[in-house]
Write a protein that binds this ligand. Structure first.
Ligand code: ADP
Length: 183
């Protein structure tokens, strides 16, 4: 069965939407199989957002196309943008407690990224978690030289297995059967 890692970031915890986030996943039919609140170390965040060149460039590329769609040209390379943002992310994710969870279900990786919404909340579907609980944007974040505060992280297909191992041991992943709510 497919699994994904979700982190409710410090702003999500501070906005008291932990329950709302979990409910969205459970209402969509997915199963939470591991859950904890913790204060992450810089090392854990550094492992989570690994300095992988492909990922760094993809963060830069998404940022560039969002800025270009608003008529703003960026001088840095995609990799430079990604490296700058990774540095900011280490501060953001260690500023307060976070909630880590593993969610399981058919097609859960793509399903949860859909429920989470686009990276920049101003572009996210208003019914998505990021669209509902944040008005932040790449522009506001870049001006203040900080990461986009977008409530949660959800793995993509390439990273789920590796990220689950950063936060949970095999013993912390639980097995149980979901039963219909009306039974
Ligand atoms: P996602 O979290 O949607 O998978 P990315 O992997 O592209 O998005 O980026 C990781 C995180 O880095 C984002 O969730 C966001 O907090 C932050 N981030 C990405 N791009 C920018 C940017 N241009 N400016 C500020 N923060 C950014």
């Amino acid at each position: 069965m497919e699994r994904t890692l979700v982190l409710v970031k410090p702003d999500g915890v501070q906005k008291a939407v932990i329950g709302a986030v979990i409910s969205r996943f459970e209402d969509a039919g997915y199963k939470v199989i591991a859950l904890k609140m913790l204060r992450a170390t810089r090392e854990q965040i550094s492992n989570h957002y690994a300095a992988d060149k492909e990922w760094l460039a993809s963060v830069g590329k998404k940022t560039r196309s969002s800025f270009e769609s608003k008529g703003v040209k960026m001088d840095e390379t995609d990799l430079q943008i990604g490296e700058r943002i990774r540095g900011w992310l280490i501060n953001y994710l260690t500023e307060g407690p976070i909630v880590a969870m593993v969610v399981e279900g058919d097609g859960v990786i793509a399903g949860i990224r859909k429920i989470a919404g686009a990276t920049s909340p101003d572009m996210a579907d208003p019914a998505s978690i990021r669209g509902m609980y944040s008005k932040d944007s790449y522009e506001k974040a870049d001006k203040a030289r900080r990461p986009v505060r977008n409530i949660l992280h959800a793995s993509d297909g390439e990273t789920a297995k590796r990220e689950i191992k950063v936060w949970f041991t095999e013993q912390e992943l639980h097995e149980y059967q979901r039963i219909p709510r009306t039974d």
